[in-house]
Design a binder for this molecule. Sequence first.
Ligand code: H2U
Ligand code: ZN
Length: 351
Amino acid sequence: MMNGLQQSSHRRYNPLIREWILVSPHRTQRPWQGQTEKQDTPTARTFDPDCYLCPGNRRANGDHNPAYGSTFVFDNDFAALRPDAPVDEFDEGGLLRASGEPGLCRVICVSPRHDLTISRMSVPEIRQVVDVWGQQYRDLGSLDFINSVQIFENRGAMMGASNPHPHCQVWASHSIPNETAKEGAAQADYCHDHHSCLLCDYLALEEKSGERIIYRNDHFAVLVPFWAIWPFETMVLPRRHMGALDELTSDEATALADAISHLTIAYDNLFETSLPYSMGFHQKPTDGQDHPEWHFHAHYYPPLLRSATIRKFMVGFEMLGSPQRDITPESAAQRLRDMPAIHYLDAPGGR
Ligand code: H2U
Ligand code: ZN
């Protein structure tokens, strides 16, 4: 596939955001005497009396968490978006522009267990989290002033997580954030030009070739996108066309939990570490329109490149030119596909 391109420097196009990335397969061998990262030390403590997310504990604003047994959702005490922000507009010569941005931020504790990560939760436990994500999308999306609901997880200190307790966040906003807006516009134009869905057509190509597919069950596929930027970046896609998490049937919700479980186990097994990443869902806007062009999906962006301590930096050329990657998406997919299906910490003889 791709003839001579595969082994030499080349560009790949990301049709979802309509941007190019540079692929440099020959650069993997370069010596590294630069920065190395600290690994998160896994904790054995199922409860930490000082953790502001553990059940029963006191949070920074003085409230006490309930003695929750599975998941727990609360309004972020340090919300980046507040519902009472005015929607005023400011424009000076089209060059100095600003507009008010009302919104809401919530935190979702995905397990009462301080020591767990999603990769070490059971599929039924992850399924409960999938249900909470769908509920949050529906509840926040139904508010008049909310047009976009961004659910995401920053996992690990390297990705800026402020606490090891397993949790994710929801930021619901009046305007549609950049990445979602770019993907929405590309999907709408593709739908208009081809009378079909961009990601349905893309997934059909990927399922035919299989080269970048890591895992598949009846309803979801996990793959390294053809245009991946981060070394082990992946996407999780429903195999049926749907715009948001609230459209999942019960079987599909379980299949999503299964796909997430499989992927996060493969991630941790890759370097035998709790792999840091930022992940999140892209879903159709909640602006009252139908958006038949939208195919919901998750993106996973792990920063590690060579080992548990050597990460990919997005600097120089990436900041000033285009993003660049050092290993091909095909080789990354192969490595993730070959990972054992059992988490290394839970495997017989595991640490
Ligand atoms: P991160 O680890 O991804 O930063 O998410 C934790 C969030 O939890 C963070 O946004 C909030 C922070 O504002 N938080 C509270 O709402 N209450 C607290 O007592 C501490 C942290
Ligand atoms: Zn905790």
